[in-house]
Design a protein around this ligand. Structure first.
Ligand code: AMP
Length: 352
């Protein structure tokens, strides 16, 4: 168990790191953010920060020396340079490596009995032609690594689109388009002793590949599929001997839940847990990393909705507080660029 005053290192300097640092401070821990960004919104609220590339062995070594435990808030941190601190890293390197690669994570989910969209790894135009031939169109081509919030994705409406696409110089995955009725995520926390707790699953609505809203309770289409999706997510966590918060995203379809992807970290679709659950995803992640028992994950509201503030939405954000049910979180990002996650609002309604 990490002693009070101990330091938790966090790789990545975005809003997830910011909210983790705030939760760590509440539990009496110091945080050290490691990020290549100058304007890190996590560093702003942390005890210490290192600004250096993720591949700088000297800076990583000094960072590791100052930390009692290390976690990450961003899954695209290169895994190989972290091998020397594997013992103190939670979640572990295997979880990080699996979640970094869409092909690997889909194969892993399938090996544990999960259902995925039909998919094929694509490296050459010939691979793409074969994939479209076998899987059909419409479909989505995604870079296997480093894509997020709909970036690194191209939609193919018909087989003819495959001829005009200029493939990026990196492995991709071509996926058949899933006919889903709704999207949801399963978020769990797993401790060092293997104990697992789940938060309730919200219904997630995406616009242009970016999460727009998470709503609870979800529609009936989701409610009937959560148990199945939880089973898979637990098997993933157990197989990886996972420590911390793990998220898996699913499509609810007529044939049951279809696994889309996993994130080895706290997740945007779990931000509602700050005000809507007994213990938030951020606090429970810190507890798990620190070797403390997890807190109760029960939902405390009768109804809730989390809405992301994207780009210019943030400029009028404080007006949201005219609704007494609203809790505003602004991440402190200086520039409200289109498509950038600037903050979120959670509305919580209690039974009367
Ligand atoms: P991802 O980056 O894989 O999370 O994709 C972002 C969003 O794009 C998902 O939440 C879905 O709304 C949509 N999407 C991604 N892949 C598929 C698919 N194979 N079929 C249908 N919709 C998809």
């Amino acid at each position: 168990m990490l002693h009070a005053g101990g330091t938790i290192g966090i790789l990545g300097g975005g809003q997830l790191g910011r909210m983790l640092a705030l939760a760590a401070a509440q539990l009496g821990y110091r945080t050290h953010i490691y990020t290549p960004e100058r304007d890190s919104v996590a560093a702003e609220v942390a005890s210490e920060a290192t600004i250096a590339p993720f591949t700088d062995p000297l800076a990583l070594g000094r960072f590791a020396q100052s930390c009692d435990a290390v976690t990450f808030e961003f899954e695209n941190v290169p895994a190989t340079p972290l091998a020397f601190l594997a013992e103190r890293l939670a979640p572990g390197l295997r979880a990080l490596e699996t979640a970094q690669d869409r092909v690997k994570e889909k194969r892993f989910a399938e090996s544990l009995g999960g259902r995925t969209a039909p998919f094929a790894a694509v490296e050459t135009p010939d691979d793409l032609a074969r994939a479209v031939d076998r899987i059909g169109a419409p479909g989505i081509l995604k870079t296997a690594r480093e894509g997020y919030d709909g970036k690194g994705q191209w939609r193919l409406e018909s087989a003819r689109d495959a001829d005009s696409i200029r493939l990026p110089h990196t492995t991709c995955v071509y996926e058949g388009l899933v006919q889903f009725t709704a999207e949801f995520s399963v978020i769990l926390v797993r401790g060092h002793d293997g104990e697992v707790r789940f938060w309730d699953s919200t219904e997630n609505r995406h616009v242009d590949g970016i999460l727009a809203e998470s709503i609870w309770p979800p529609s009936d289409a989701i409610a009937g599929q959560v148990a199945d999706a939880r089973g898979l997510t637990r098997r993933i966590a157990d197989a990886l001997q996972y420590v911390g918060v793990l998220t898996a995203e699913f499509f609810a379809t007529a044939a049951g839940p279809v696994f889309n992807e996993m994130a080895p970290r706290v997740h945007n679709s779990g931000h509602w847990t700050i005000e809507g659950a007994t213990t938030s995803q951020f606090e429970n992640h810190i507890r798990a990393v620190a070797g403390l028992p997890p807190g109760d994950t029960a939902t405390t509201a009768a109804r809730l909705a989390m809405t992301n503030l994207i780009g210019a939405d943030a400029l009028s954000a404080h007006q949201q507080l005219s609704d007494p049910a609203a809790h505003l979180h602004l991440y402190g990002k200086r520039e409200a660029r289109p498509g950038r996650k600037m903050g979120h609002v959670t509305r919580v309604w209690h039974a009367t």
